[in-house]
Design a protein around this ligand. Structure first.
Ligand code: G6P
Ligand code: MG
Length: 219
């Protein structure tokens, strides 16, 4: 075949969006303020560093470099506490079925996540070894909307960017896929309709025929 798939992690493969939100909210609360779910939309897909910068800007807070790193570590310890409680029931509807179809059709797939806990999460869920390549926040310098994560994933899969289809739930992620020159598919977020090439409510809606159209007959 001539195409490949790249999955975002949080909000696509696994239901961790609320957990990331909780961990970041605790950080804001530690600083004495709060932020909304709407504001959280703008954090989705960003690197840990960019998320903290955004939250500090909302709270009008300045930190030394040393304290900045300390708070990134605190966020991560909050988040990992949630993650280690999680099991395979957190895998989102349609994910495993879609992976089965891709394997049957011999379409390789990778993870392309900005989270530095990407590999940990896949291992915790018992699905790490199903991916042909895994790129997470430890492998890159730039978070989304920079295309670096997806370009590295395509490179590790051995496919040209134009032969890759990306599943994303975040605005920054769809922008990263578009900037990488890939087909962008927005999932579970009406706000993605403008920027994504296609949108679905969730992965159960993605059919074998849709994938075959894009991945088996690409030139
Ligand atoms: C992804 C998620 C964000 C999260 C970021 C950093 O982009 O969508 O919600 O803040 O990763 O995650 P990390 O686990 O590295 O702190
Ligand atoms: Mg996401």
């Amino acid at each position: 075949n001539s195409g490949a798939v790249i999955f975002d992690l949080d909000g696509i493969v696994v239901d961790t969006t609320g957990l990331q939100f909780l961990a970041w909210r605790k950080i804001a609360n530690d600083f004495g303020f709060d932020f909304s779910k709407d504001q959280n939309e703008g954090l989705k897909g960003l690197s840990r560093e960019d998320c903290l910068k955004q939250i500090l800007a909302w709270g009008n807070i300045k930190l030394s470099v040393k304290d900045f790193h300390k708070w990134m570590d605190i966020k991560n310890s909050y988040y990992l506490n949630y993650i280690y409680e999680m099991d395979a029931s957190a895998i989102l509807p349609g994910t495993l079925e879609l992976m089965d179809v891709l394997q049957e059709e011999n379409i390789p797939f990778a993870l392309g996540s900005a989270s530095k806990s990407g590999k940990i999460v896949l291992k915790q869920l018992g699905i790490y070894s199903r991916f042909d390549a895994v790129v997470d926040g430890n492998d890159v310098k730039n978070g989304k909307p920079d295309p670096e994560i997806f370009l590295l994933a395509a490179n590790r899969l051995g496919f040209a960017p134009s032969a890759c289809v990306v599943f994303e739930d975040a605005v920054a992620g769809v922008q990263a896929a578009n900037r990488a020159g890939m087909i962008s598919i927005g999932v579970g977020n009406k706000g993605l309709q403008k920027e994504a090439d296609f949108t679905f409510n969730n992965l159960t809606e993605v059919t074998r025929e849709f994938l075959q159209n894009f991945l088996l007959f690409q030139s």
